[in-house]
Ligand binder design. Structure first.
Ligand SMILES: NC(=O)c1ccc[n+]([C@@H]2O[C@H](COP(=O)([O-])OP(=O)(O)OC[C@H]3O[C@@H](n4cnc5c(N)ncnc54)[C@H](O)[C@@H]3O)[C@@H](O)[C@H]2O)c1
Length: 482
């Protein structure tokens, strides 16, 4: 990017690069330049199904120990064959909290880096790490992931993995050049219903899935605005400032939770790919107004800094695949509505939808009975979930899916197996934000969706949630409860 996008928050004396672009020209430039690059690009090395040498023990570093980083560290610290060697944050409090937890488990302290916003680079430079978790706010992700891979480490990056198309391409380029994994931490793939439907799709239960829908919807409005205020002990760099919370941009600001599971079920990048996308968006009917009202009511400079700004609204994108299928993706967090990721798969033989209640129908418009649903669960729950599902529910983390995700990545890397999500997923799923942003600002004109695989999608294999090639060998340490 030629320019960076910085928003000033004088009330807190801080400057944050929150969104990928500061102006329409920058977005247009990114779209044009990336379009030329990916169309003329040849794959350097196919990272799909790449089996890196096994890492046992798996030596892990964390950058960002807020909500997600700390929760993940707690899970990984309890897995056998994992060593938490180093941790970085730009504040000391999250470091102390993490060290305290390691101590509780009777584990050695991790090397710590918190002197500045740049000290995470020292963590990357260590020669005793195999995997670096990037669990900082989204505007940091691409830079940190690229840096980690160039320093010779696999990286697991929270969602979204990048905010601009150029950065999506940079992730792909770096991963292929370094042969280091760049894994997006898209936990929703592993939620129980989603995983079951992915398994059903692999086994042909739906016939041909011709249409899918996903979304990220939950209550917004004033709640959303109020939640945006950092509460102690959160740092000013904490993620409540995310673009998707504040909806500072137009387009789908948080696409991966809704898109990832549908993409895996519909074999996107493993037999099919998205050809083009078109996106519409409502005006902002809530955010700007509510910030203004709250600023007036409370006199709080925190709210005043956001008042009078232009925000995005509810977003709906439609996509068509090269094999003639469609996907709808929604993003609706600016007004109050029940939580939903939709997760709808419509096939020639059967149909599934998760929200508001999980239902499946087979060849007609009636959901199957509860009894039949149980039978289907018996038949199609993936082996991965059979193996660690119960433990995952006990550990929790969005009902257990966070644990399954962490366990799966650890297990794959320990055994030298290819993880379920690769750098192409990371890039494509994250690219939906800038692509939808562009479409919205161009009267919903369609835009070509980059083929980050350079044609390898035609032969890349679909995700396999069985444990066919994997050891079930990642156990849990005896946990020393506090
Ligand atoms: N997969 C999910 O279900 C899910 C849920 C929530 C958030 N997320 C994603 O996870 C990421 C982290 O979210 P969170 O809720 O943990 O945020 P958070 O604000 O709680 O934590 C982020 C941490 O990063 C630290 N940080 C910021 N800049 C840094 C720098 N330069 N160097 C070192 N540390 C730095 C902050 O101090 C903070 O401790 C976000 O990208 C978000 O989109 C994913």
């Amino acid at each position: 990017m030629k320019r960076r996008d910085f928003m000033k928050f004088p009330a807190f004396g801080m400057t944050l690069a929150l969104t990928g672009y500061s102006c329409a020209e920058e977005l247009n430039e990114d779209v044009q330049e990336t379009d030329i690059q990916w169309k003329g690009r040849t794959q350097i090395f196919n990272m799909h199904d790449f089996q890196a040498p096994p890492c046992l023990p798996l030596r892990v570093g964390y950058i960002g120990l807020g909500n997600r980083g700390y929760a993940s560290l707690r899970r990984l610290a309890q897995m056998e064959g994992v060593e938490i060697r180093a941790i970085a944050d730009c504040y000391e409090y999250p470091i102390r909290r993490a060290q305290e937890y390691l101590k509780e488990l009777g584990l050695p302290p991790a090397a710590e880096y918190f002197a500045s916003k740049e000290t995470w680079k020292d963590l990357c430079a260590r020669d005793d790490l195999d995997l670096i978790y990037v669990t900082t706010p989204p505007y940091c992700h691409a830079e940190m992931a690229v840096h980690a891979m160039l320093a010779g480490k696999h990286t697991a990056v929270e969602v979204p993995a990048a905010q601009t198309l150029a950065d999506c391409l940079r992730l792909v380029d770096t991963s292929e050049k370094t042969r280091k994994h760049c894994l997006i931490l898209e936990n929703c793939i592993y939620d129980f219903f989603e995983s079951m439907t992915i398994q059903m799709a692999q086994k042909g239960f739906f016939g041909e899935i011709i249409h899918g829908e996903g979304a990220y919807c939950h209550c917004g409005g004033t709640g959303n605005v109020a939640r945006s205020k950092p509460m102690p002990p959160l740092s000013p760099e904490a993620s409540p400032y995310y673009q998707h919370r504040l909806k500072l941009i137009k387009g789908n600001a948080y696409p991966t939770h809704g898109f990832g599971p549908v993409a895996k079920a519909m074999r996107i990048l493993a037999g099919d790919r998205i050809d083009y996308l078109s996106s519409v968006e409502t005006n902002d009917f809530v955010m700007g107004k509510t910030f203004g009202e709250m600023a007036e009511k409370t006199g709080d400079p925190y709210f005043r800094q956001f008042a009078g700004k232009t925000y995005g609204g509810g977003n709906s994108s439609i996509m068509r695949t090269v094999s003639g299928k469609t996907i709808c993706l929604g993003y609706h967090t600016c007004v109050g509505r029940p939580y939903s990721r939709v997760h709808l798969l419509s096939g020639t033989d059967a149909f599934a939808q998760k929200y508001p209640v999980p239902q499946i129908s087979i060849g007609n418009d009636k959901p199957v009975s509860d009894e039949k649903m149980k039978e289907l669960e018996q038949e199609f729950t993936p082996e991965l979930h059979r193996h660690i599902g119960e433990l995952a529910r006990e550990f929790g983390g969005h009902g257990g899916m966070d644990f399954i995700e962490d366990w799966r990545y650890v297990n794959c890397l320990q055994n030298g197996l290819a993880p379920d999500m690769d750098v192409y997923d990371s890039a494509l799923w994250s690219s939906l934000t800038p692509l939808s942003y562009w479409s919205v600002t161009h009267r919903s004109n369609s835009i070509d969706v980059p083929d980050f695989t350079c044609g390898a999608w035609k032969t890349n294999a679909p995700v396999d949630l069985s444990l066919r090639n994997s050891g079930k060998n990642t156990g849990m340490r005896t946990v020393k409860k506090s």
